[in-house]
Design a protein around this ligand. Structure first.
Ligand code: LLP
Length: 420
């Protein structure tokens, strides 16, 4: 598509993004220009209606096929108490990967018994916090996890064992986790021993198995394969099939499989391969939050030379996706439809790799324009950083024309606050 998306086409990427009654581009019923005036830029905005309906669709799509199923929101995708709180309200469970994510989930109101802790290098602090909170499940990823739980637990902790299914997911190599070379899971050949140790330990209640093959996966077949592999390891009370469903980021990319298609493929395979009475859990992150979020920036500079660089007041400090995984975003200039121009959208950090879009079509960008990037709800806030001592942007919830701060903007005082 060799032109900017029209304002009404942008809803195909982030459903809350559409022109309001006055023609200005709005999100969750608030004009982007008004949000920028009230909260400043750069900012990550969340359309609460999309977030809620996506969460509800996940619960409906899975329980319709298998009543004894659970959807754990992968907190790492958007670790904000208000986000986890909304997931809890919609009936989801969650997973956390550290004591910090656990604290965020609890602060959001997620009941401890609905929380699961995973991770390949859990410390005493992580496991200690999980035991103290009384969380529902810990995923054993190594024999060191077993040692730690045995040393720290005061009563039997429900656990599941993560296996490596030997499935190479079709995704960026940094996001594939189910193949032989991955650091995750109990190594093949040692799974039976791990299960036996957990089952024999008075400090553990061994409930089942866990598998997660990777992230940003746009084909369903590898998920089905992982169910077949986990089923081959025996009969258990609980199987956790992980997350991984991908999202569409750009107008010229194919539409991602729907939540309903994904649930049908995965739970269809579970019906064939796993015991009927077992609980089947999934851990979606990206697909629950990515389209619900957008990033709003101001254009700070425009350099027209061999290439046209449109520089914004954000970049790899609030969005690492392009630098790390080559994600192609689809930016648009807000409230303008002037002559299209091919541009690179670059950030304000001192690095050439600080670029959020290459060869993007923008409507005659000028200093002071607002620029929006759809589909930034997943892993942008989570991986935001302070490169060049740039404070991180706020997270603003918008709903029915109202907006509220979920995470306030970081200040330079926050940055100095850690120096001694
Ligand atoms: N469960 C486990 C055990 C995981 O490791 C992950 C993600 C998920 C669930 C959620 O997967 P999702 O549904 O979001 O694909 N930093 C990368 C993403 C890495 C994902 C890591 N694990 C990014 O910025 O895109």
């Amino acid at each position: 598509m060799e032109r900017p998306a029209s304002h009404s086409e942008l809803a195909e990427l982030s459903p809350g993004l559409r022109p309001g009654p006055d023609g200005r581009l709005a999100f969750g019923g608030c004009a982007l220009a008004d949000l920028a005036a009230e909260f400043g830029t750069a900012a990550i905005l969340v359309d609460v209606a999309t977030l809620r309906s996506t969460a509800e669709r996940y619960v409906e799509a899975t329980t319709a096929i298998r009543p004894n199923s659970r959807v754990h929101f992968a907190t790492k995708a958007f670790p904000v108490p208000a986000v986890v709180g909304l997931m809890a309200e919609a009936g989801l469970y969650c997973d956390v990967a550290s004591a910090g994510e656990l604290a965020i989930a609890l602060a959001g109101g997620m009941p401890a018994e609905r929380i699961l802790l995973h991770g390949n290098a859990k410390t005493d602090l992580d496991i200690g916090a999980a035991l103290e909170a009384g969380i529902g499940l810990i995923v054993i990823d190594s024999f060191d996890d077993i040692d730690r739980i045995e040393r720290l637990a005061e009563r039997p902790q429900p656990v599941i064992v993560r296996i490596n299914p030997g499935v190479l997911a079709p995704t960026h190599e940094a996001m594939a986790t189910g193949h032989g070379e991955s650091k995750f899971g109990i190594p093949n050949g040692q799974v039976e021993a791990a299960i036996a140790r957990a089952a024999a330990s008075p400090k553990m209640e061994m409930l089942g198995l866990h598998v997660h093959i990777g992230s940003q996966i746009l084909e369903l077949e590898p998920f089905v394969e992982s169910v077949e592999r986990i089923a081959a390891l025996g009969t258990f009370d609980l199987y956790d099939l992980g997350g991984g469903l991908g999202s569409r980021y750009a107008m010229d990319e194919p539409v991602a499989p729907s939540i309903e298609d994904y649930a049908e493929a995965l739970f269809g395979a579970a019906a064939v391969h796993l015991p009927d009475e077992s609980v089947v859990a999934i851990e979606p992150g990206r697909s629950t939050v990515a389209p619900a979020g957008i990033s709003l920036y101001s254009v700070v500079g425009v350099k027209r030379g061999d290439r046209t660089f449109v520089a914004i007041d954000g970049g790899m400090g609030d969005n690492m996706e392009t630098a790390l995984y080559g994600t192609r975003f689809w930016p648009a200039i807000v409230d303008k439809d002037g002559g299209p121009e091919r541009c690179d959208v670059v950030g304000h950090h001192c690095e050439t790799g600080d670029r959020l879009a290459t060869d993007a079509w923008l409507s005659s960008p000028e200093v002071g324009d607002l620029l929006v990037i759809p589909v930034t709800g997943a892993y942008c806030h989570s991986m935001a950083n302070n490169y060049n001592a740039m404070p991180r942007p706020p997270v603003i919830f918008v709903e029915d024309g109202d907006a509220r701060v979920a995470i306030r903007r970081e200040t330079i005082a926050d940055l100095l606050g850690r120096a001694t």
